[in-house]
Design a protein around this ligand. Structure first.
Ligand code: C2O
Ligand code: CU
Length: 412
């Protein structure tokens, strides 16, 4: 059992290297991002969360298949943790992979201020690598002098692409490798709104996991687009042939996010092919008996009318309904069509589960907890509801979630 304490508190951080001021962030145990939690697959973890802020909060363990009561969603699964209070989160870490934890109360502001951290569950038989580096991607709305701009929750951001920043960066848990090292990169998009369209230079390798779940056949980094919606994670294993650079591709051209330096060469090279990561438990997909449902995303700027009473809606309803959108019997399989009828992309996250993204031909593709659906497109997912409880389903552009784009599912 791994036990630790996480205290949420305000922390000043130099986010913007060119500015003279520190940004007033929120963090855990004096740092933002909060401490990287590492534990072994199959372990149980116990976290005493102390709220040292002057506002309510809670922690959600994004992507972990845990008991519903530990999911950290105020109102739905627990009462918000009030200032000065403590709440114990304990759960088993069945699946290895790259996860993260983040505040789930006023998350459009608390997460935007840095109240999150990486959660890494190590494989009991990990793949051979020389370096294992966590890369946290974020996007900050910051002044020239380095202060975080305070215009949280403005409706223009909510109704468009969310709170986009003025400065984006990649933070590395380690900033130097040796030439020839085999490096595992664990990318986490911790931003509340930025779609990270990435290019990684300085090595060749493979994409080996999405949202913590291994790809059955890894795909070469060179010919696979790397696009991470907010909350999505991707693991890459590459052999460093130079400094490892991270570039955000934007309409205005490439934007440098940072570089991991490469020093003197390593003496012993790992030259086995980069293969699939050891498997995680995943349910077999039962198409025959799958129930079907459609979730239409509606609203936003240029999105036309809908029946909800806020900016965004799912199926003509804005915000959390009193009754779940769907109730599924434990163990049942559902095929859900996520239809984006809006002018913006949305990364849709289901709590407590992973689901298959279905390919065009209907075959199961990646197994994820957050799926990106582009504007005016739709994507089918197949989910085996094997975890009882009340589970949130929402857009991870957190301003969209705050202004209507959320619902919930009950598994009983
Ligand atoms: Cu990553 Cu509802 O959260
Ligand atoms: Cu959205």
């Amino acid at each position: 059992m791994t036990s630790l304490k996480l205290t949420a508190e305000p922390v000043p951080v130099r986010v913007y290297p060119a500015g003279n001021e520190l940004a007033s962030l929120l963090g855990f145990n004096g740092i933002s991002p909060g401490p990287e939690i590492r534990a072994m697959q199959g372990q149980r973890i116990s976290v005493d969360f102390e709220n040292g802020l002057n506002e309510s909060s809670s922690i959600h363990w994004h992507g972990i298949h845990l008991e519903n009561a530990m999911d950290g969603v105020p109102v739905l699964t627990q009462a918000a943790v009030e200032p000065g209070e403590t709440f114990n989160y304990s759960f088993d870490l069945a699946n290895p992979g790259t996860y993260w934890y983040h505040a789930h109360h006023r998350s459009w502001e608390q997460v935007a201020k840095g109240l999150y951290g990486p959660l890494i569950v190590e494989e009991s038989a990990p793949p051979p690598v020389d370096q294992d580096i966590t890369v946290v991607l974020d996007d900050w709305r910051i002044s020239q002098s380095g202060e975080l701009l305070g215009d949280f929750g403005n409706l223009h951001d909510f109704s468009h692409a969310g709170r986009l920043g003025t400065y984006a960066s990649a933070l590395f848990s380690k900033d130097k490798v040796r030439l020839g090292d085999r490096v595992r990169l664990r990318l986490i998009n911790a931003s509340t709104a930025r779609m990270f369209d990435l290019e990684i230079g300085g090595g060749s390798g493979m994409i080996v996991a999405h949202d913590g779940m291994p790809l059955a056949s890894p795909s070469p980094l060179r010919d696979s687009p790397l696009l991470l919606a907010p909350a999505q994670r991707t693991d890459v294993i590459l052999d460093a042939t130079g400094p490892i650079s991270f570039t955000l591709l934007t309409n205005q051209g490439p934007y440098d996010l940072g570089t991991i330096a490469a020093g003197e060469g390593s003496r012993v090279r790992i030259d086995s092919p980069i293969g699939p990561l050891p498997g995680s438990r995943r349910p077999s997909a039962d198409f025959e008996s799958a129930l079907s449902a459609t979730l239409a995303m509606q609203g936003g700027a240029m999105g036309g009318r809908h029946g909800g009473d806020d900016i965004w809606a799912f199926n003509d309803y804005s915000g959390l309904p009193d009754e779940p959108w769907q109730r599924y019997e434990l163990g049942s399989t559902a095929r859900i069509n996520l239809r984006n009828d809006t002018a913006f992309p949305h990364g849709i996250h289901l709590h407590g589960h992973h689901f298959y993204e279905l390919n065009e031909d209907g075959s199961p593709g990646h197994f994820r907890d957050t799926t990106l659906v582009m504007q005016n497109q739709s994507r089918e997912i197949l989910c085996v509801f094997d975890n009882p409880g009340k589970w949130l389903l929402h857009c991870h552009t957190l301003g969209h979630q705050a202004s209507g784009m959320k619902t919930w599912i009950e598994v009983f």
